[in-house]
Ligand binder design. Structure first.
Ligand code: NAD
Ligand code: MG
Length: 386
């Protein structure tokens, strides 16, 4: 039986890894929609290769090129935020949410509202609007499959027991490229150094988040929404080799972990084939070759991001959406060389302390908070400009 699938953020790191798995099993998957931000030629090439039904670019300015590239095919071209949401409601059985940032929230929420199976990589959507997304999924009966390697590991480890039997969840963290660096050393790192992750090959934004450890902060909030164990029962453990992707400890003190080579195609394959298992050509795990696995407690003095994220989700209300938006703006400013590496968490902290909007109760409130936070963070970026 073929599975109809759509991939939001098809031209990115997670999107391409998903398509690579489809390429290995072409007769098992039928592609409905593929989307990108503005790279029309790359999107068109993928849409043609996989005979998609529709290709959508978020940026209207990329529409003409997309239309031209798809001329003579039966693939529909579309553009804009509304077209993205409409594509999420088409007849896919399985939807990959792999847009980076809060921009992925509307189509992801739409896929959930339609009661679909959603493979979620787009953690920023869940950080900003976790409560809303989980409620929508429960209302429609949608299935949310975590793709983030840690959450996918927890999801797999939870097959060994019930959530009410869990004592503790341990999110592992590589520690990023600056794990052993002092604050003084980190003060002058370049975007090139920050995106060069020791274990994972990922998009620029999440690579910077891994370097600041904000990625683990966002993942803490992600885990809080996905797994009902209480924030105090989720801990972070630095594990530089990224082989154990996370662990679940049950009341009887049995700990179940999921292990694998640091290759995103492995958790994506688990979500793509779910509830089955698929063959992949990913590298097998060779523990004798790796030799040893190391563990450290996180150092929140050098990497305050996890502390900031824990405080934001504990405070609740508008704070997680503010945290996410401020971080997106600060990371973009760092990548554009407007601010320094250590300014990222400093700017996020300043923003979180600077104002307190009322608790969001609907999607429109989240967007309003997101928008205002972006404007305010841009102003802070001006103050920090190098
Ligand atoms: P990426 O930058 O490589 O790709 C992002 C994709 O989103 C691209 O297709 C891009 O065209 C699209 N996009 C960007 N901005 C957009 C916008 N405003 N509107 C619509 N589309 C837009 O990112 P990635 O590394 O693939 O990460 C995607 C998501 O998956 C992120 O939320 C990230 O945190 C999460 N994730 C990634 C990895 C990884 O290994 N790359 C691992 C775990 C989780
Ligand atoms: Mg992760």
């Amino acid at each position: 039986m073929t599975k109809s699938i759509s991939i939001f953020g098809a031209t990115g790191s997670v999107g391409l890894s998903t398509l690579d798995l489809v390429r290995q099993h072409p007769d098992q998957y039928n592609i409905i929609a593929l989307t990108a931000n503005g790279n029309a030629s790359k999107l068109a090439a993928l849409a043609k290769e996989f005979s998609a039904e529709i290709a959508v670019v978020a940026e209207h300015s990329a529409y003409d090129e997309l239309k031209q590239e798809l001329a003579g095919t039966s693939i529909e071209a579309a553009s804009g935020a509304e077209a993205l949401v409409a594509a999420a409601a088409l007849g896919a059985d399985w939807t990959m949410a792999a847009i980076v940032g809060c921009a992925g929230l509307p189509p992801t929420l739409e896929a959930l509202r339609c009661g679909k199976t959603v493979a979620l990589a787009n953690k920023e959507a869940l950080v900003s609007a976790g409560g809303l997304m989980i409620t929508e999924a429960q209302k429609s009966g949608a299935t949310l499959l975590p793709v983030d390697s840690e959450h996918n590991a927890i999801f797999q480890a939870l097959q060994g027991g019930r959530i009410d039997q869990v004592r503790k969840i341990t999110l592992t963290a590589s520690g990023g490229p600056f794990r052993t660096w002092t604050r003084e050393q980190m003060a002058s790192v370049t975007p090139e150094q920050a995106v060069a992750h020791p274990n994972w090959d990922m998009g620029a934004k999440i690579s910077v988040d891994s370097a600041t450890m904000m990625n683990k902060g966002l993942e803490l909030i992600e885990a809080h929404h996905l797994f009902a164990v209480g924030l105090e029962n989720i801990e972070i453990l630095v594990h530089p080799q990224s082989v154990i992707h996370s662990m679940v400890e049950y009341h009887d003190r049995s700990t179940l972990a999921q292990l694998g080579s640091p290759d995103m195609r492995i958790p994506i394959a688990s979500a793509l084939a779910w509830p089955e298992r698929m063959m992949t050509n990913c590298a097998p795990l060779d523990l004798a070759e790796i030799g040893r696995l190391d563990f450290e407690r996180p150092d929140e003095d050098r990497f305050p991001a996890t502390k900031i994220a824990r405080a934001a989700i504990t405070a609740g209300g508008a704070k997680p959406a503010m945290l996410n938006a401020a971080n997106e703006v600060a990371v973009a400013a760092f990548l554009n060389r407007a601010v320094q590496f250590l300014d990222i968490t400093e700017i996020v902290t300043r923003l979180l302390d600077s104002y307190s909007p009322p608790e969001p109760s609907a999607l429109a409130d989240i967007f309003a908070i997101d928008k205002e936070t972006r404007v305010r963070t841009e102003q802070l970026v001006e103050e920090f400009k190098v």
